[in-house]
Ligand binder design. Structure first.
Ligand code: HEM
Length: 219
């Protein structure tokens, strides 16, 4: 971008590495959730809760487990790359912080009055920031508890942190529930405000490199 003879470096709202990592993560999460439901059905945690074959990846538990093990590498490596990229470039801090309680309360009030205006797609509101952080922490928790369940002898220290194998399994299950809840809201909002979906596909508007993403660009 060139303004008054001074050249200003710009970047997309969602730079290409973020877009690629976001969509790999979305696909990996769906594989992990649906194959997880296939494994779960072999030894249920909540009596009476079963996942219909329509929603399971894999025709039997062993096949679901193979999908789960294949997907976990994509989820863990891609998730780690997203975190490193976000921390090194400062993007995570810039996009997801600060989160103010007063802003959360205000956004919830507005949403309850069906005012879910999302005029400025370059700025996440406080509830969005909080939900993204919850999703990121739930993803990390899934990888850590998954490691504990996968290799309980090698990671026995990790297993005892969760109060034993069954404890780690429970946290893994509830982590899945949190992510499924997040996904339902997240996908519904993306469909309600399609401009955000388009931006996550094409990169969205160009912003000055140095300024926080929500600062307006003055010509
Ligand atoms: C098919 C499912 C998905 C769709 C359609 C989708 C769509 C989107 C869209 C449109 C945005 C941009 C929101 C905005 O600019 O207001 C976004 C951002 C985000 N999504 Fe998703 N998403 C999906 C799956 C997931 C999953 C599974 C996770 C994690 C569990 C996730 C985590 C995030 C995070 C953390 C951001 C913020 C990214 C950043 O700015 O660094 N998404 N998603």
């Amino acid at each position: 971008m060139v303004a008054t003879g001074v050249s200003i470096k710009t970047r997309r709202l969602h730079p290409w590495p973020v877009r690629i990592m976001h969509w790999i993560n979305a696909a990996a999460m769906i594989v992990m959730i649906t194959s997880g439901w296939g494994i779960y059905d072999d030894d249920v945690i909540i009596g009476g809760l079963h996942f219909d074959q329509t929603w399971r990846l894999g025709s039997w538990a062993a096949e679901s487990l193979l999908w789960h093990f294949a997907g976990m590498w994509f989820l863990a490596i891609n998730g780690l790359a997203y975190l490193i990229y976000g921390l090194v470039t400062g993007r995570l801090r810039e996009r997801l912080f600060p989160i103010r309680i007063a802003e959360i309360v205000q956004t919830v009030r507005e949403t309850l009055r069906f005012h879910i205006a999302h005029e400025d797609i370059t700025h996440y509101n406080a509830v969005q920031k909080l939900l993204y952080l919850v999703a990121i922490f739930a993803g990390i928790s899934q990888v850590v508890t998954g490691l504990a369940i996968w290799k309980p002898i090698q990671f026995s220290g990790l297993v005892s942190l969760f109060g034993g194998f069954q404890g780690a399994r429970l946290v893994h299950f509830w982590g899945m529930a949190v992510i499924v809840g997040f996904l339902a809201v997240h996908v519904a909002l993306a469909l309600l405000v399609p401009r955000t979906l388009l931006a996550m596909l094409t990169g969205g508007p160009r912003l000055p490199s140095q300024a926080p993403a929500h600062e307006e660009i003055t010509p």
